[in-house]
Design a protein around this ligand. Structure first.
Ligand code: ASN
Ligand code: ZN
Ligand code: CA
Length: 335
């Protein structure tokens, strides 16, 4: 009998079969990731408070790959653990960031929150994220981009600290969509390929449409494609559209294209053409802006300055990357 880091198998709902880092204690496996700050996955079994019960298992195979309304269901846990694992690895390998606080500390996840709860959320006070099971308790909100989105709220809290209202709130939400999408691309999972859609796997609308579109945010019927003086009055999940659209334009450029089988068409508000610099550079610019130049009160105008400063520091003020940042913001009416 020994206690150590193990490699288990997750049979997830959204990401197929994956490997999960687990811990062996005696003859029982725990859903504790000893190689990523000790991140643990707990079962709330429909309660709405407390930490819940740590998932344990006899054979280190977690879940069945099928949605279940059982409160002991491991499948949602496998998705949540995988999302936390990929998010940790995304931040580490893309930015050299060692966990949400950059101090090596793992967070924890709680699944099966409440009954028919159609949301997921990050909470700074517990340093944890929580997932509902969706409608009918069989559509857990545990997809990869959602996990990356929620954990990125923790990163924002521990860096720029963007206030969660007005334009800074839209920037806070967009940061979570940008890095949530970054996690999805990073994971390179055959069952959940990278895209610029948010929450496409959870089918929250019941018609296969995603929660949000980064190429043309207004496709959701509520988000802003570009800045206006009243954009800060919108819900933060809709004012985020300006920055999500900026990020898409910066990474991929304006116009129509198809990536991984998904068609995008991203017009600019000024009609000017934007040439993308690629996702990797766009992510580096946003991360440097978030962690170095943005503050709790950064608005869209200041975000333009912050990202230009980031591009200048990373690539130089006369670089194509710097020019693309300016062009992408102008393409969403942030001048
Ligand atoms: N899923 C939502 C979010 O991350 C939760 C909320 O609105 N509190 O923003
Ligand atoms: Zn959010
Ligand atoms: Ca997605």
């Amino acid at each position: 009998e020994y206690q150590g880091i193990e490699t288990g198998t997750g049979k997830t709902l959204y990401s197929g079969q994956v490997t999960l880092t687990t811990t062996k204690s005696g003859s029982t496996y725990q859903l504790t990731d000893g190689s990523r700050g000790g991140h643990k996955t707990y079962n709330l079994a429909r309660k709405t408070s407390g930490t819940g019960t740590l998932f344990t298992d006899a054979d280190d195979v977690w879940g069945t790959g099928t949605a279940s309304s059982s409160t002991s269901d491991q499948t949602a846990a496998a998705d949540a653990a995988y999302g936390a694992q990929e998010t940790w690895d995304f931040y580490k390998s893309t930015f050299g960031r060692n966990g949400i606080k950059n101090n090596g500390q793992g967070a924890y996840s709680r699944v099966h929150y409440g009954s028919n709860y159609v949301n997921a959320f990050w909470d700074d006070s517990c340093f944890c994220m929580t997932y509902g099971d969706g409608s009918g308790n069989t559509h857990p909100l545990t997809a990869l981009d959602v996990a990356g989105h929620e954990m990125s709220h923790g990163v924002t809290s521990n860096t720029a600290g963007l206030n969660y209202s007005g334009e800074s709130g839209g920037l806070n939400e967009a940061t979570s969509d940008i890095f949530g999408t970054g996690v999805e691309w990073f994971a390179n999972n055959a069952a959940d390929k990278g895209d610029y859609l948010i929450g496409e796997k959870i089918d929250i609308n019941g018609d296969g449409s995603p929660l949000r579109y980064m190429d043309k945010p207004s496709k959701d019927g509520a988000s802003a494609d570009s800045w206006s003086s009243t954009v800060g009055n919108k819900d933060v999940h809709y004012s985020s559209g300006v920055a999500n659209h900026f990020f898409y334009l910066l990474a991929e450029g304006s116009g129509a294209k198809t990536i991984n089988g998904v068609s995008y068409n991203s017009p600019t508000s000024n009609g000017a053409k934007v040439t993308g610099i690629g996702r990797d550079k766009a992510l580096q610019i946003w991360y440097k802006a978030l962690t170095t130049y943005m503050t709790s009160t950064t608005n869209y105008k200041a975000a333009r300055t912050a990202t230009l400063n980031a591009a200048s520091a990373l690539y130089g003020a006369s670089s194509a990357e710097y020019a693309a940042v300016g062009a992408a913001w102008s393409g969403v009416n942030v001048n």
